[in-house]
Write a protein that binds this ligand. Structure first.
Ligand code: GLN
Length: 490
């Protein structure tokens, strides 16, 4: 069962070869058996999950099941879920039980999916290694001495070790694609605005976007069908006609399934900065894409080199505003000892936030302050526009762009913890996509010294169906995404 994809699980549930209660229990048992090695989950509530599973079984019995009815899905602990502790990986929200569902959670519940548990993450989604969580680091199932990537590292480790069939994540600068790459998963960051951010705890609102991590692109398309859609409660949600993101994947397989597709190779993705073993696998994937019928062309994103610097002004600026709400008054952590209101605020924040969050809040407050705003924040916004223009130019002659997701495979726990700038550079290939608001997917493309390598495909706005199809056709032609980490294959 653990090697099944979402379509097979849905069919098994409809044919009643397994019930949702049995399937949910199977994953709960795997979590109980394996998660002490990974720390992928912050909260598991077997009784609550099984109650949802029983409800799903009733729907299935009445023939009311949809594509996800009865399937357990894990959610990054950044999504508020009614009655569930929702921590965002922080001491600040250690005791917070959400009174309401995020729109993403509600949409999964309406589809009949089972909430399997809340996954570990970098504190407030700030990180690339899942080492900043208040609940301790997550470990990579392919090598437990390595990081799983971040910030959706709990979701990635859980799905990679098959402690969940699939999971949600969020991607502000790479936090779905980078852990997907490091854990041998398919991870999609959709176009900004097609998945509601309502009830998803805000980090940098103009960059944050919800997506998913799953074994295959076909699974991601099924999940996106449930997650995407207009939400009047999110002012940046886009009101567009509903789409079936599986439509290209479900179309009949042609001899050269990607004939006519033009894939651009931005030269900035192929410089000297990456591990040569990673680049060899990316080069091999380019040849595979040609075999599938795609035409490969050279292109350039001339301002991409500035993306990390611009992001580390814009994202902290937005975070410093968003995280002002955590003041010890309304919810979350409050220091037990204080003399007056100001001391209550400052001690609650000093004790409730970890070091990386504090670093971001200081940078963010600084770049927004009088006298520095023009020099930093405004400049960064201008760079953001230049980067978006670069992509627009590239998409005039390419359908998709291709490159590595991450410059290296999973690194050892602690290897970059003391050097924030080194850590920030892990996202060199993913951040520009968020600055432009575009969709991007990471897919497995092989192994270097036993560790997975991810290939990134980037599409134009709203091209998810095509992007996922390009990923799917590649996955039909090779076995990389089907490999399981040996220590968790049973
Ligand atoms: N690693 C990046 C950061 O720390 C991106 C995080 C994310 O996408 N949530 O900001």
């Amino acid at each position: 069962m653990i090697a099944s994809n979402l379509q097979q699980l849905a069919e098994a549930l409809i044919r009643k070869t397994i019930s949702s209660v049995e399937l949910t229990q199977l994953y709960l048992d795997r979590i109980a058996r394996h998660d002490h090695q990974l720390n992928a989950y912050i909260t598991v509530d077997a009784a609550a999950s099984l109650a949802q599973a029983r409800w799903a079984d009733q729907r299935l019995a009445k023939g009311e099941g949809g594509p996800l009815t009865g399937i357990p899905i894990a959610h990054k602990d950044i999504f508020c879920a009614a009655g569930w502790r929702t921590t965002c990986g922080s001491r600040m929200l250690d005791n917070f039980v959400s009174p309401y569902d995020a729109t993403v959670i509600r949409r999964f519940a309406e589809a009949g999916a089972v909430l399997l548990g809340k996954t570990n993450m970098d504190e407030f989604a700030m990180g690339s290694s899942n080492e900043t969580s208040f609940f301790g680091p997550v470990r990579n199932p392919w090598d437990v001495s390595c990081v799983p990537g971040g910030s959706s590292g709990g979701s990635a480790a859980a799905v990679a070790a098959r402690l969940a069939p699939a999971a949600t994540g969020t991607d502000t600068g790479g936090s779905i694609r980078q852990p997907a790459a490091l854990c041998n998963l398919t991870g999609l960051k959709p176009t900004y605005g097609i998945v509601s951010r309502w009830g998803m705890i805000a980090f940098a609102s103009s960059l944050d976007q919800a997506g998913m991590l799953a074994p295959s692109a076909a699974d991601c398309a099924r999940l996106l069908n449930v997650m995407a859609g207009f939400d009047e409660r999110d002012s940046t949600s886009l009101d567009r006609p509903t789409e079936d993101y599986c439509r290209e994947i479900d179309a009949r397989q042609a001899d050269k399934p990607l004939a006519g597709l033009k894939i651009g190779l931005p030269k900035q993705f192929f410089g000297a900065g990456s591990d040569p073993q990673v680049m060899r696998l990316i080069e091999a994937a380019i040849v595979d894409y040609q075999t599938l019928g795609a035409e490969i062309v050279d292109t350039s994103l001339p301002n991409m080199d500035l993306s990390v610097a611009a992001y580390y002004v814009i994202a902290p600026a937005e975070a410093s505003s968003n995280l002002a709400r955590f003041d010890g008054v309304r919810y979350g952590y409050r220091t037990p000892v204080y003399r007056d209101l100001n001391e209550m605020y400052s001690r609650s924040r000093a004790e409730g936030f970890g070091a990386e969050v504090k670093r971001r809040l200081l940078i963010g407050t600084y770049v927004l302050s009088h006298g520095y705003y023009d020099a930093y924040y405004l400049q960064a916004q201008r760079i953001r526009r230049l980067i978006a223009n670069d992509f627009a130019e590239a998409f005039r002659h390419c359908d998709l762009l291709l490159g590595p997701t991450s410059p290296s495979t999973a690194f050892k726990l602690g290897a970059k913890a003391a050097d924030p700038v080194q850590m920030y550079l892990s996202d060199i290939y993913t951040i520009a996509v968020n600055l432009a608001g575009l969709p991007g997917v990471s897919i497995p493309c092989g192994f270097a010294d036993g560790l997975p390598v991810g290939l990134q495909l980037i599409g134009n706005y709203f091209s998810e169906a095509r992007l996922l199809n390009a990923a799917h056709r590649y996955q039909q032609s090779n076995p990389w995404h089907l490999r399981l980490p040996p220590a968790f294959a049973e």
